[in-house]
Design a protein around this ligand. Structure first.
Ligand code: IMP
Ligand code: MG
Length: 180
């Protein structure tokens, strides 16, 4: 698996430092609120599990699985909810936790969908942001790293379901895409 990597874009140490900063900021900003963390699976899994341990507040968690029709490296903008939230979000301060915002199509769909359920607030925390590729405007209140327009894997992000378990964010060699 390590042979497939062209370069590491964000190291384990940089991620850990950023997650701590975000956790501190969220702890301050959500103090006294009814924080509900909504993770968008599966990409959020490593980021979310590290982040919640840095938030020093009572909070609840729920998860959604969405799938966007399209090829493995390009999202089509048509979002299908594969698994919905288990509980209602009415009156809650919802924080959506995502791995990456690319075109923004998935998130803009989700935010609109959530707003119809009457939460008190809906904000977004994304580990990565690829602003160059945006097609739908979305406000991302909490961003870990802005990255250039390159396809990345690791720390929850996949290519063809692989590489999610890498502890850093990296770019693959071109050969790695051809073999799968
Ligand atoms: P968007 O709807 O285009 O913003 O993208 C949403 C989803 O596409 C993300 O949550 C990821 O699952 C996936 N995605 C976008 N860019 C990348 C990438 O560089 N690596 C891995 N997955 C990505
Ligand atoms: Mg995702």
């Amino acid at each position: 698996m390590l042979n497939d990597i062209r370069n590491i874009m964000i190291s384990e140490e940089e991620i850990a430092k950023k997650v701590k900063e975000l956790g501190k900021q969220l702890t301050e900003e959500y103090s006294g609120k009814e924080l509900l963390i909504v993770g968008i699976l599966k990409g959020c899994m490593l980021f979310l599990s590290d982040l919640v341990r840095e938030i020093n507040l009572p909070l609840t968690m729920d998860f959604m699985i969405v799938s966007s029709y399209g090829s493995t490296t390009k999202s089509s903008g048509v979002v299908r909810i594969v698994k919905d939230l288990e509980r209602e979000i009415e009156g809650k301060d919802v924080l959506i936790v995502e791995d990456i915002v690319d075109t923004g199509l998935t998130l803009s769909y989700l935010i609109e969908n959530f707003k119809t359920r009457n939460p008190k607030s809906v904000k977004v925390c994304s580990l990565l942001d690829k602003p160059d590729r945006r097609k739908a405007q979305v406000d991302i209140e909490y961003i870990g790293f802005k990255i250039p327009d390159e396809f990345v894997v690791g720390y929850g992000l996949d290519y063809s379901e692989l590489y999610r378990n890498l502890p850093f964010v990296c770019v693959l060699k071109p050969e790695a895409y051809m073999e799968k």
